[in-house]
Each structure stands twice: as C-alpha cells, then as structure tokens.
Design a protein around this ligand. Structure first.
Ligand code: G3H
Length: 537
C-alpha cells in the first residue's frame, strides 16, 4: 500500500483531479515542527484556549475543563496524514461516576428552570456555535477528513438545529392533554385528567464519527429543552470538534454540571457509561455496537440509529439525469460515510447501460484528495475502515463484478468506484461499505428490487425514481425502511423531519420533535370529584 505523500498540485488531464497541500508536514524538525504544532492547534486559541492543557484536550465536568487523574490520553489520528493530530483525556470510571452524580443533581434544578429560559440559553449556544464555525470546522477537517465546506455546513446546520429545537420545545412542551372520564364505558364525569411532559433525568448521548457535532447537538438540544441533564461521550475521531462545540454551550452559561463531556477509550468507559445506573436514557448513533448496548442498557428509553444499506430503485420512466445526479451526490458525498448514503442501486435492465454511463461520467468529475482542498472524495476515517472497504471490493472483483473505474487506494484514500453487474452472492450487495464504493444490481422487475431491499437486515431509508407517483407510492409502501424518498437520494434532513430505521437500523424515531418527545415521559394528575361535574345547574 502506498502511503499518502503530499505532493505539488496535479490537476487536469487525469480522470480525477488530485490536489494536495503544497507543504509536506511530516518529518520537519525544530521551528518547522512548532509551526506545525501551532497550525494543528489553530482551533484552540482565543475563546477555546482553556479547553486544552499542553497538547491534550481536557474533558468537561461540573462546568469546568479538567485533566483526567489517569494521566493518560487517547490519540486521534488524522485520516489524511495518518499521524496523531490531537490527544484527548482518557477519563476513568471514577470520573464518570462523579459526572453522573453531578448530572443528577444539576438536572433537578434545571427541571425547575422555566421553559422560556431553557430556550433562551439554547438560542445563545446556537449563536455562539455559529460564530465559531471556522475553528470547529477545522477540527472536523483534521479529525475525520470532512471536506472543508461540508465541515462548515455541519456546524451551521447544528446551530440551526439547536435554535429550532428551542422553538419546538417551547411549543410542544408548553402543551399537555385534558381528558374527562365519562368517555370510557362505565364512568361518570368525576375525573379530570391533566397530562404534561416531564424530563427523564440524565440523558447519555453517543454520536458517531461522521457527524460528531451535528449528531451530538441533535441529542443535546432536545435533552436540555426537555429539562434533562446531558452526558456526552463523543467518538474518538471527532472528539475535539465535539469538545469545541461543548465549549460553546459552556460560554452560553448553562448551569454547572448540566452538560458534561467525557472522553476516553470505549473499552474502559464504554460499557461503564451505558450500564451506569444514573443514566435514564441513551441516544446512540453508530454501528452494531448499538445492538450490544440495547441488550445491556436495562429498562430505560433508547434511541438508536445503526446504519443502513439504502437502496435506490430506478424504474424505466425515471429522469435518468436526475437519477445520476442523485446517485453521485447520495453515494459519494463525504466519501460515502453517511448512514443515509445510497448504498445499492437497483436499476431496471433496459435502462441500466444508459444510467451507468451517466453515473460514470459524473464520477469522473469528482475531485479526489485532502479535505483541506475541499475535495469531493477524501480519505476514509481510518485504515481499518479502508481495509474493510477494500475487502468488499476484492470480493466483488473475484466474483465477477464489472469495475467502471480502476480500483485505486493510497493510504486511507480510496478513489470513487462504481461496480456494475453486482450479484446477490457478493458481500457488497448486502454489507455497508461506508466508503466511496457503490454497487449496481440490474433487476428485471420492480418486485425484484423491492425483494432485494427488504431482504436486507437494514431498513433505514430507500429511494425510488419514477415519473409515476402512483407507482412510487405503491413501492414506498412495499419498502421496509423507515423513510422512502421519491425522486431524491436518501437524507436525514431537514432536521425536523422524523428519522428512523427499521430492523437492525435502529429503534425509536429521531428528528427534533420526536427526540424531544422521546426524552420526556408523560405525567398525569387526576382531579377526582365527589359528584359528576355536569350535574350542577
Ligand atoms: O450518518 C448518518 C446521518 O444521520 C446521515 O445524515 O443524511 O444528513 O447525511 P445525513
């Protein structure tokens, strides 16, 4: 395997545009090295200075930035350079215990804080988050190789999510139900039931590496507006962006201990967190670890999104230019590292050649290179991820798939690859590559496409392309997925839409409104009258 070596810019002529930084960072000594250090830490100056100690980012507990008593740190490897970019504290189980204890008592006071005041603080945090989008986005570029513009978009989208959540919380938590007893057989009107939504207690939020800011705030904001306290365990890749985001909440002035962020090795504090008796709710996004968590978590509400194998069914009457554009955007944005990426194309045989040709032409225009240059295809998050993707590609090659491009990999960077004539006996027909590799299966009937979609153990989203809305509705009903998009690639957003997976794709529904509701429980107060209330007068 060739290691990624930044080299002078090389554009044009090739099938792909390759742009690398003009400076080679590794191997420098003395002054050069300190320059690298200040560049690497550029996001941690100014208002963020207090979140780092030496070269290790602190964790956040009791309203303060702290060093772990473990004296140990966890390295975060830059997917592009494959060198250590940042370090975070390796928190201990004792520190987790302390965080939980404080979260419990902070929540009691927070639940008594007026709803409008909770909303006000969330609006403030959203504004601070957006104000500091540049340094946070820089962390996303370095930690998870998110293309520069997408990294900024993630932070801005997160600010908008927090604000919308504040507004929605004020609306839906300000309302309850009023029921009277005589609508149920055998009852007189002697009971008035008042219901309202009350917080659960301590919410544990575990977001994934691919949206360490956005999928953190999509858990934090609903939890807080609903009156819960929040403990965040960020993914290791993405932890520093998450710590910066948490600091924006700190700057907004939330009460001490209400929000905490513990970093460290999953092997040391993962199970300890998810099985902690103080935790009243877990919101998790990630892989099949979620299934293991759900088995251990105990009797608490769980919200989980665990990936997908989103199918794109293309009928003969579809607008193939629209389809091709959506396949490329849906399949290759952020190098396919999205739960909602198009992960298998199921196209009618009669139009397959034309569609594959159009997709191929668009794939050829994708830029490949480092996230700093805002390339379309950037290195995947880790070497093990790249190896896994390569395993799927090699399996398909061995079993006779048609490669529409030459397979190419340098370090964690995998060039976009469309695999045509994929058959169900190939691993890539079923497994989620989480990389820029997209299989095409040619189908002879719509039923065959639906069957393939439903035979998957995943059921997150799917999409269907056709000019016939009646057919689209029938297919949507037949597809066993949490969402079906008609004439567009799968996507979670806009962030107030319900977002849920069936089967191994998860439990519970997300989206702002559903998350707020999920992070509350119903409390009833019943007024019992000595005589039926309608007997007077
Ligand atoms: O990766 C999982 C995300 O929930 C997908 O979100 O559709 O906005 O990329 P997205």
């Amino acid at each position: 395997m060739v290691q990624i070596q930044p080299s002078p810019q090389r554009t044009g002529g090739d099938q792909f545009t390759i742009k690398w930084p003009s400076r080679k960072f590794s191997g420098l000594r003395g002054k050069g090295k300190s320059l690298i250090w200040s560049l690497a830490m550029a996001g941690s100056t100014g208002v963020f200075a207090e979140i780092i100690d030496g070269d290790v980012f602190k964790y956040y507990a009791d309203g303060e930035w702290k060093k772990s008593s473990s004296g140990k740190s966890v390295a975060i490897i830059n997917p592009t350079t494959r060198k250590t970019q940042y370090k975070v504290q390796a928190c201990t189980q004792e520190e987790v215990n302390k965080v939980m204890e404080i979260a419990k008592s902070a929540q009691k006071l927070w639940a008594k804080t007026p709803l409008w005041k909770r909303a006000e603080l969330l609006h403030k945090a959203a504004a601070i988050l957006k104000e500091h989008k540049a340094p946070i986005a820089e962390c996303l570029v370095k930690e998870i190789a998110k293309p520069a513009k997408d990294a900024v978009t993630e932070v801005v989208r997160s600010g908008d999510l927090v604000s919308y959540c504040a507004e929605e919380g004020v609306r839906i938590l300000g309302e309850g139900k009023f029921l009277v007893s005589d609508s149920f057989p055998g009852n007189e009107r002697t009971k008035y039931c008042l219901t309202s939504k009350i917080p659960l207690g301590v919410v544990l939020a575990i977001p994934p590496f691919n949206y360490p800011v956005n999928l953190a705030v999509s858990k934090i904001a609903p939890a807080l507006i609903a009156g819960n306290s929040l403990v965040l365990k960020p993914p290791t890749q993405g932890a520093v962006a998450a710590l910066h985001m948490v600091h924006c909440f700190h700057l907004a002035g939330f009460p001490k201990g209400l929000i905490s962020c513990v970093t460290g090795k999953g092997s040391e504090i993962g199970d300890f967190l998810t099985m902690h008796p103080a935790v009243n709710c877990i919101s998790f996004t990630g892989g099949d670890t979620g299934i293991a968590i759900s088995k251990k978590a105990g009797m608490i509400p769980l919200q989980m999104e665990l990936g997908g194998k989103d199918a794109c069914i293309v009928l003969e009457d579809a607008d193939l230019d629209l389809v091709a554009a959506n396949i490329v955007k849906g399949g290759f944005s952020y190098s396919g590292q999205r739960c909602t990426a198009v992960k298998v194309v199921l196209v009618m045989e009669s139009i397959a050649d034309t569609l594959v040709g159009k997709v191929k032409a668009k794939v050829a225009k994708l830029t490949v290179g480092p996230p700093e240059n805002d390339c379309d295809i950037t290195p995947v998050v880790s070497e093990s991820s790249a190896n896994f993707i390569e395993g799927l590609v090699m399996d398909a090659k061995q079993k006779g798939a048609t490669f529409c491009q030459e397979y190419k990999r340098e370090g964690n960077l995998i060039w976009p690859l469309l695999l045509d004539n994929v058959r169900p006996d190939m691993r890539i027909a079923w497994e989620e590559p989480f990389g820029p590799v997209l299989p095409v299966i040619r189908i002879s009937s719509v039923e065959e496409g639906i069957h393939h979609c439903n035979a998957s153990n995943f059921g997150l989203q799917g999409c269907v392309f056709t000019a016939d809305i009646n057919k689209a509705m029938l297919i949507s009903d037949a597809m066993e997925t949490g969402t079906v998009q008609i004439n567009s690639a799968p996507a979670r957003g806009p962030d107030h839409f319900p977002f849920q997976g069936l089967k191994d794709s998860g439990i519970g529904s997300q989206g702002i409104t559903n998350s707020i509701t999920m992070m509350t429980k119903i409390k009833s107060t019943v007024i019992n009258l000595p005589t039926p209330s309608y007997t007077m007068g």
